[in-house]
Design a protein around this ligand. Sequence first.
Ligand code: ZN
Length: 168
Amino acid sequence: MQNWLPDRIDPRVWLQRGGRLSGAVPVAGMARLGSLLAPGGEVRAELALSQEAERAPLRLDGHLQGHVTMVCQRCLGEVEVPVDVTLALDLVTTEAVARRVPEGREPWLMSGDLLALAELLEDELILAVPTVPRHPAGSCQAPAMAGAAEATVERPHPFSVLARLKDG
Ligand SMILES: [Zn+2]
């Protein structure tokens, strides 16, 4: 059985239990990312939570690895996009603390006691995958090469059908 990461987690409890967490990222349930995806793909996360000093922000470090399946915007075929993301986040509760996050780390603003882990991971994945996914040049089955001529003959454009109905 898949060991899915939780959508939300209490970081204090997580830290008390050792601060380690690994599992599958629930990619298919991520609405914002899902609009870019074809079914399939698997991303795993190894996460570690730590705290340097008692009042310091909690630090979330980790690694996302795997692949997602996206729709090639040239040929509309499926393209596997590798995912390899390193996380270095400070969990902060105010904008003021967010501005003091050291170089090399990014702030993640928490809006309460629970960490929205799925939302955080979704943000990281959205940044990691291309906005316009495409096969690499040479391996793309572009329609121009796959008999686009036959494909366009058969179907009239829906608007031209409407126009004919109106005229008649
Ligand atoms: Zn393609």
